[in-house]
Structure formats: structure tokens, C-alpha cells
Design a protein around this ligand. Structure first.
Ligand SMILES: [Zn+2]
Ligand SMILES: [Zn+2]
Length: 123
């Protein structure tokens, strides 16, 4: 029997994207900045760092909270709930984000279920 590949909602991808953007920005700053710190601290790159870090932080919190859309029924699914871990087969016991590690086995959730249509999908 062929298993149908699970649909992906690219939930973890949001954070990978943010991390890649942050790393490339920091690399750009390091590579393009002057080695003289007094010069560096008055450069545009240095002034951009603060707002950039604040913005990344805001994006991180927004990405955590923005609900995912079920790939099967297109209904919105909250990213914070008492989810069930397929690795150790336990409930979390409290409201937790889907990106958090399991409180019991410390595994990152790779799939989740839609509470509307009960279909499984990849995060
Ligand atoms: Zn677990
Ligand atoms: Zn659904």
C-alpha cells in the first residue's frame, strides 16, 4: 500500500527563513564593516543592527503566533495547544507552541493533526 505523502504547512520553515535572514545580515555587517571599532560604531551598518534585531524579535513572536492553515480543509489551526507527541505518545498536559520541544522526550514535532478534519500534515 502506498502511503500518500503528507502535506506540508512549512511551519518550521518560517523560523529557518528568519534564521537564514539574520545570519546573512550579520555576515554582511561583519564582512562590510571596518575593523576599527570607533569607525564601525558610527557606520550605517552599526545603526541598522539595533532595529534589525528588534525586528527579528518581533517576527519571531509573530511567526510563533500566526495560525497555520490546514492543507486539507483550509481552516485555521492555532499554533498553541495541548498537543499530542507521536514520539512518546503523551499529551503535553498544558498549552504549548507547536514549535516547542516535547516536555517528555524533547523531540521536535514533525507532524500535527488538524482539529477540524483530523488529517495529519507536516509542520
Ligand atoms: Zn514526546
Ligand atoms: Zn483540516
Amino acid at each position: 500500500m502506498d502511503e500518500k505523502p503528507l502535506k506540508n504547512v512549512y511551519f518550521h520553515f518560517r523560523f529557518k527563513f528568519l534564521a537564514i535572514t539574520a545570519i546573512s545580515f550579520l555576515l554582511y555587517i561583519i564582512l562590510s564593516s571596518s575593523f576599527d571599532f570607533s569607525e564601525f560604531s558610527s557606520s550605517t551598518q552599526f545603526k541598522l543592527m539595533g532595529p534589525f534585531l528588534i525586528l527579528s524579535g518581533i517576527f519571531y513572536f509573530v511567526f510563533k503566533k500566526v495560525p497555520i492553515k490546514c492543507p486539507n480543509c483550509s481552516k485555521l489551526i492555532a499554533t498553541r495547544k495541548d498537543w499530542h507527541c507521536p514520539e512518546c505518545n503523551k499529551q503535553q498536559g498544558k498549552q504549548r507552541y507547536l514549535m516547542d520541544k516535547c516536555v517528555h522526550c524533547k523531540q521536535i514535532l514533525s507532524t500535527s493533526f488538524c482539529e477540524h478534519c483530523k488529517e495529519e500534515f507536516r509542520l
